[in-house]
Ligand binder design. Structure first.
Ligand code: ZN
Length: 210
């Protein structure tokens, strides 16, 4: 009984803490409802990253945020668990975003990869939110390289802001240099705007493959 009370009060405090101090300001990106202390920690850390992302450090990121917030659909953020449904290729490590079957998206996050440290995962959330955006607005391209290059473009906007090394490939499978090229030609805003209004890439890659 004492242990139960302790667990219960632990959950209560963690939920209260996450609500009071790191509550997400996103209306359309929501987390699971925590049922255990571990899940409450997960939610609190996710909300902290979402809060940072919502501050809109950059006009292109802000435009993505505002578009998602204006959608009628929901993005659910859930932890990867032992349930195979939550995994891609069976992996516990791979962040990914799936359709929820109702027009919305589910972002699956490896809970042990959320550090709670300042801003560390924000660029990865941004990557997943481009996939979520594509699902919400029917821009989900059939081509994996097109989808991933779109997502990595925004991820690199954030990595650049944070002075982190830019992501140059997708797990060694294909290059993701769209941001780097756009920066060289002074077209970052143009490409970001294109991504938010089309389902492909402005170099013509998979123009009709949605
Ligand atoms: Zn991706």
């Amino acid at each position: 009984m004492a242990r139960q009370v302790k667990v219960f009060s632990g959950i209560f405090l963690a939920v209260l803490f996450s609500f009071l101090f790191t509550r997400s300001v996103w209306a359309k990106a929501i987390t699971i409802t925590p049922n255990t202390p571990d899940e409450a920690v997960f939610v609190s850390r996710v909300n902290s990253a979402l809060h940072t992302l919502s501050l809109g450090k950059n006009p292109n990121v802000k435009a993505l945020y505002q578009k998602i917030e204006a959608s009628e659909k929901i993005i659910l953020i859930a932890p990867i668990t032992d349930d195979p449904k939550t995994r891609r290729h069976g992996s516990k490590e791979r962040w990914h975003t799936d359709k929820d079957g109702k027009g919305g998206a589910i972002v699956y996050v490896p809970p042990h990869r959320i550090s709670g440290k300042r801003d560390k995962e924000v660029n990865v959330f941004l990557h997943e939110f481009v996939h979520a955006h594509d699902i919400l607005f029917n821009f989900y391209n059939k081509s994996v390289p097109v989808r991933e290059r779109r997502a990595t473009f925004f991820q690199n906007i954030y990595r650049s802001l944070e002075m982190k090394p830019l992501r140059a490939d997708y797990h060694g499978e294909f290059p993701t240099l769209d941001y780097q090229k756009a920066r060289e030609s002074g077209k970052i805003d143009e490409v970001a705007d294109y991504i938010l209004n089309h389902n492909d890439l402005n170099d013509g890659a998979n123009k009709s493959a949605a």
